[in-house]
Design a protein around this ligand. Structure first.
Ligand code: P5A
Length: 466
C-alpha cells in the first residue's frame, strides 16, 4: 500500500464491506454511518465518556451556530479557521442581521458563556466536554473518517483553571487520559509538542498524538492544547481570588474525532478486512453451525451455546442462514468479528466448541463447561497481543536517524523518523530540505547533535502526514 489512492480505495472498500460507513453521500466530505458502524462508534464513545467522567469532566451541549462577533474575537483563532468555516447568512428568504458560522470547533461558542458562569475561584476548575458534529471546509483531499467536512464525532473537552500550574497539570491529565483511551483501542501512538507553525489557532502550545498508517503516513489522532489566558482575556473570563483581586482564567482544550475509529480499523486489518478489539466489537462472538452431510445442523446445541454466552454478557450472533460455513466465515471476518465458534456434530456430542480467533485464525477445542471464562481470558489475551503487534509494527517503521539524507531515505521506504534538531529554526530548514513534515518535538526522547547545525538537539519526529 504505497500509493495514496490505493490506500484510499482500500479503506473505502473496507468501510463499505464491513458495513460501517457509506462514503457515497453526494456532498464532498460527508458520509453516512451505517447501523453496524454506529454500534461501533457508540462503543468507542462510551469508553471516552467513561474516562472523561471518571476524571471529573461533565457533559454539555452547546449550539451549532456561532454569531460572527464571537467567532471574530480572538485574532489568532480567526486566522486559523477563517478559510475553513461555513457561513449561514440567510433564514428562508431573509438575509440574517448577524451572520452565523457552523462551529468548526467550539471555543468561541462556549467561552462567552463561561464568562457568565465564572465569578469566583470557587467556580474553578470547570471541566466540560461535548460530543458533536463540527464543520470544516477542508481543502485537502477529503477521506471518510480521516478528513471530513462534517466531523460527526468530535469529542471536545474544555477546562478552566485558576493558575497556570493547575492548567498545565490538566494538560498532563489529558495526555494520560488519551493514552489510556488509545490503549483501549489497541492503538500505538507517538506524543509530540507541535512546532509553533502547527500550534492550534489561539493556543500557547499544542501536544499531539500521531499514529502510523499502513501507507507510511502519520495520522494525527488527537490533540491537547494549552490556551493560557489568550481566550480568557478576549472573552473576559475572570475570577475573584480569595484576597479579592481579579484575574483572567487559564484554559485548556483537547479533542479527538472519528479518526480514532479509522485508525482502529486499518491498524488491525488484514487482506480480508478489519479485526475489532473484542471489548469494543458490536458483535464479539459468531456461532457458525456446521451441518454434517445430510444431517441437520446441531440446532439445539448451537442455541444452548448462544444462550450460555448471552447470559454471561457476551454479544453473540448465531448465524443460521442457509449458506455454506465457509461463506459465513468470510462474511463475519469482513465485519471484523473477533471470535468465531464452530459447532458441528462432533462438538455437539462431546459438548465442546471449536474456537477461532479472527487475528490468528488458529483453532482450539474448548469444553462448553467453562467456555465463558475461556472467552473472557481470550478477549484479554487477544487485545494485549493486538496492542503489542500494532506497537511493534509502528516502532519497526520509525527509524532513529542522525542526518537529513537518512531521514529522506527512511521516509521514502514508508515510515517516519526520530531525528535530533536543536529548535524550530532548524526544524524549518529540515522541512525545506527533505520535503517531509516536522510533526513535533517528542515529550520524552533521546537527543543528539542537531542534523541541521550540529548543536546539541532534542528528538523530533519527521515524516509524511495526513
Ligand atoms: C481541541 C478540541 C481542536 O479543535 N478545539 C476543541 C481543539 N483541535 S484540533 O486539533 O483541531 O482537532 C482535534 C482532532 O480532531 C481531528 N480532526 C479531524 N478528524 C476528521 N476530519 C477532520 N476534518 C478533522 N479535523 C480535525 C484530529 O484528530 C484532531 O487532532
Amino acid at each position: 500500500m504505497r500509493e495514496e489512492d490505493t490506500f484510499g480505495e482500500w479503506f473505502n472498500r473496507l468501510l463499505l464491506e464491513a458495513e460501517i460507513m457509506d462514503p457515497r453521500y453526494p456532498v464532498k466530505g460527508l458520509c453516512v454511518w451505517l447501523p453496524y458502524g454506529m454500534e461501533l462508534r457508540n462503543r468507542v464513545l462510551s469508553v471516552i465518556r467513561g474516562l472523561l467522567q471518571e476524571t471529573g469532566h461533565r457533559e454539555v451541549l452547546f449550539p451549532l451556530l456561532i454569531p460572527e462577533d464571537a467567532f471574530r474575537k480572538e485574532g489568532e483563532h480567526i486566522r486559523g479557521f477563517e478559510d475553513q468555516v461555513y457561513w449561514v447568512t440567510r433564514g428562508g428568504g431573509e438575509e440574517l442581521d448577524v451572520k452565523l458560522v457552523l462551529r468548526p470547533t467550539s471555543e468561541t461558542s462556549m467561552y462567552p458563556m463561561f464568562s457568565l458562569w465564572i465569578r469566583s475561584h470557587t467556580d474553578l476548575p470547570l471541566k466540560v466536554f461535548q460530543v458533536v458534529s463540527v464543520f470544516r471546509y477542508e481543502t485537502k483531499m477529503t477521506k471518510p473518517m480521516i478528513r471530513m467536512r462534517e466531523v460527526t464525532t468530535f469529542k471536545e473537552a474544555h477546562t478552566v483553571h485558576s493558575s497556570r500550574e493547575e492548567a498545565e497539570a490538566q494538560v498532563r491529565e489529558a495526555i494520560s487520559l488519551y493514552s489510556r483511551f488509545f490503549d483501549r483501542l489497541c492503538l500505538p501512538y507517538l506524543v509530540s509538542r507541535r512546532p509553533r507553525w502547527d500550534t492550534f489557532a489561539g493556543a500557547e502550545y499544542s501536544v499531539a498524538f500521531d499514529t502510523l498508517l499502513p501507507d507510511g503516513k502519520m495520522l494525527q489522532i488527537g490533540t491537547v492544547h494549552y490556551l493560557g489566558q489568550n481566550f480568557s482575556r478576549v472573552f473576559d473570563i475572570r475570577f475573584q481570588r480569595p484576597d479579592g483581586t481579579h484575574e483572567y482564567a487559564y484554559q485548556t482544550c483537547y479533542g479527538i474525532s472519528e479518526r480514532v475509529v479509522a485508525a482502529t480499523l486499518v491498524l488491525h486489518a488484514d487482506e480480508v478486512g478489519p479485526c475489532l478489539p473484542p471489548s469494543l466489537a458490536p458483535i464479539q462472538v459468531v456461532i457458525v453451525p456446521i451441518p454434517f452431510k445430510e444431517e441437520r445442523e446441531p440446532e439445539a446445541y448451537s442455541e444452548e451455546v448462544r444462550r450460555r454466552l448471552e447470559e454471561r454478557g457476551f454479544r453473540v450472533v448465531l448465524d443460521r442462514r442457509n449458506l455454506r460455513p465457509g461463506n459465513k466465515f468470510y462474511y463475519w471476518e469482513r465485519r471484523g468479528v473477533p471470535l468465531r465458534l464452530e459447532v458441528g456434530p462432533r462438538e455437539s456430542s462431546s459438548r465442546t466448541v471449536t474456537l477461532v480467533r479472527r487475528d490468528r485464525r488458529e483453532r482450539r477445542e474448548v469444553p462448553l463447561e467453562g467456555l465463558p471464562e475461556v472467552l473472557s481470558q481470550t478477549v484479554r489475551e487477544m487485545e494485549e497481543e493486538m496492542r503489542e503487534r500494532a506497537w511493534r509494527r509502528m516502532e519497526e517503521r520509525i527509524r532513529r536517524v542522525s542526518t537529513l539524507q537518512e531521514a529522506g531515505r527512511a521516509a521514502g521506504e514508508g515510515g517516519a523518523v526520530r531525528i535530533p534538531l536543536c529548535g524550530e529554526e532548524c526544524a524549518r530548514r529540515a522541512e525545506e530540505e527533505t520535503g517531509l513534515q516536522v510533526l513535533g518535538e517528542e515529550l520524552e526522547g533521546e537527543g543528539g547533535n542537531c542534523a541541521v547545525c550540529g548543536k546539541p538537539g532534542r528528538s523530533f519526529l519527521m515524516g509524511k502526514s495526513y
